[in-house]
Ligand binder design. Structure first.
Ligand code: ADP
Ligand code: MG
Length: 236
């Protein structure tokens, strides 16, 4: 079938991809499926930022990532593109349930991530939702079961995992922890610890932070498996 051929081609190109290649400059140099590529084109994203060039190839290859790069360096696309590619390559459908979970420290950040996801993911057919509280827990719970990708804050997500009957995360393919330094600074350590306990061990995890700290490396130790370290500094 044509679809299978395209997937095989994508997988092969990803295997052959050299993450350190100097030829990686633009999004079109990456092995991305057509819906992701079209979403990026439509959003006028063309040239990779440093953190995107360093981390996306490794993430596409299935590695866990511990990424440190300052605010404004383009971390959102660095994790959203691998999320979309992971689910596309797994031929994820509505029926497969929750495939990706993205955790952010604040509602505002979760909303921002969700907006970028809607933009670059517009050509995909995945369902996506926000879990940030402020709404009726029961109403939110009813929508959860139908979502493929969730963007959430730690406390609210944990509340659902503990209380929402029938909410199944056993198929989860990929976990993203964004602004891990702020997650820890805001006192969400035990919520995130408990959250991670609910998730299947056999998953990919991408952790990003603007700064490195003891608390971030503690979280990394708990949530990442044999991670690749990607740290992008400003030119001296
Ligand atoms: P960070 O999370 O590292 O602080 P963001 O992901 O919020 O950074 O991106 C910062 C800004 O840069 C956003 O306005 C985003 O649209 C823009 N941006 C990200 N990647 C690119 C890119 N490859 N080309 C052009 N603009 C980009
Ligand atoms: Mg960010």
């Amino acid at each position: 079938k044509r679809e299978q051929d395209e997937l095989d081609k994508l997988r092969k190109a990803t295997d052959l991809l050299d993450p350190k290649s100097a030829d990686l400059k633009n999004f079109k140099d990456l092995p991305l499926c057509e819906p992701t590529a079209a979403g990026l084109r439509a959003s006028h994203f063309e040239v990779l930022t440093d953190v995107q060039r360093s981390a996306i190839p490794l993430a596409l290859k299935g590695k866990d990532i511990l990424g440190a790069a300052k605010t404004g360096s383009g971390k959102t696309l660095t994790f959203l593109i691998p999320v979309l590619e992971k689910l596309y390559r797994a031929q994820w459908t509505e029926l497969d349930g929750l495939g990706a979970l993205i955790i952010a420290p604040t509602r505002e950040l979760a909303v921002q991530i969700f907006e970028v996801l809607r933009k670059i993911g517009r050509k995909h057919s995945f369902s996506a939702g926000l879990v940030i509280g402020g709404k009726n827990l029961k109403e939110e719970a009813e929508r959860l079961g139908r979502m493929n990708i969730l963007v959430c804050t730690p406390g609210r997500m944990l509340q659902h995992l503990d209380q929402t009957a029938g909410f199944d995360v056993d198929n989860l393919q990929i976990l993203v922890l964004d602004e891990a330094d702020r997650i820890m600074d805001m006192g969400f350590q035990s919520a995130v610890d408990a959250l991670v306990q609910h998730l299947p061990k056999n998953r990919q995890t991408l952790l990003f932070s603007a700064t490195q700290s003891k608390r971030v490396s503690d979280l990394a130790r708990l949530s990442l498996k044999d991670p690749e370290y990607v740290s992008v500094h400003e030119e001296a």
